[in-house]
Ligand binder design. Structure first.
Ligand code: COA
Length: 165
């Protein structure tokens, strides 16, 4: 088990996500970060923008070799199959995340029985951060640096400034 897939929307990536990726990299020699789409969500940033933000944020955070970022419009299980990965990581912050995560892990395993999901606890200091909260703060012109990497804070400010013009 030397490689693990960490899929998410990352709209946008937060300090909490980066922390999870760096911790996963200590445990696995390769972490594939998959910027994917959920049909339940309407995205502020395009897949390409989310991939680029993730790449820059990881570089700033000093991510080692072995962390690769991909964008995908396919099912996560199909990506896992293509890359021959049998382990997915998802992070849980509080018990509120559990039902959604359980359903997703169950669906993924039904689609690809060889696939296991590993849950990793979010660092409690990031437990209150969510991408929705960050977008909300930015939409009202607030400073998001406390929650997201500097390049993401900048991208958010630009996105909403354009929207307000
Ligand atoms: N720190 C901070 N925030 C965290 C966090 C952490 N450690 N872990 C999760 N979150 C937050 C995110 O900020 C996000 O907040 P939001 O709901 O306000 O946007 C939320 O928890 C979860 O978002 P994220 O981690 O970005 O993932 P997601 O749940 O949006 O990802 C996909 C879902 C993309 C992985 C899933 O839909 C998928 O696999 N899609 C591809 C198509 C597919 O296979 N569909 C079938 C899935 S069964």
């Amino acid at each position: 088990m030397s490689a693990i897939l960490y899929p998410g929307s990352f709209d946008p990536v937060t300090h909490g996500h980066i922390d999870v990726i760096l911790r996963l990299r200590k445990l696995f020699s390769r972490v594939l970060v998959l910027v994917a789409d959920s049909r339940r969500k309407q995205y502020l940033f395009s897949t390409e923008e989310r991939v680029e933000m993730m790449q820059k944020a990881l570089k700033t955070a000093g991510a080692k070799n072995g962390v690769d970022v991909f964008g995908s419009k396919m099912l996560t299980v199909d990506f896992a199959k293509k890359e021959k990965i049998n382990l997915i990581a998802r992070s849980v912050r509080t018990v509120a995340d559990w039902e959604y995560e359980y359903a997703m892990a169950d669906a993924n395993r039904k689609l690809l029985p060889s696939l296991e999901t590993l849950f990793i606890m979010a660092d409690p200091k990031f437990g209150f951060i969510s991408s929705t909260l960050v977008r909300e703060v930015a939409a009202f012109g607030g400073d998001t640096k406390e929650f997201v990497p500097p390049n993401v804070a900048k991208a958010l400010a630009e996105k909403y400034k354009r929207g307000r013009k």
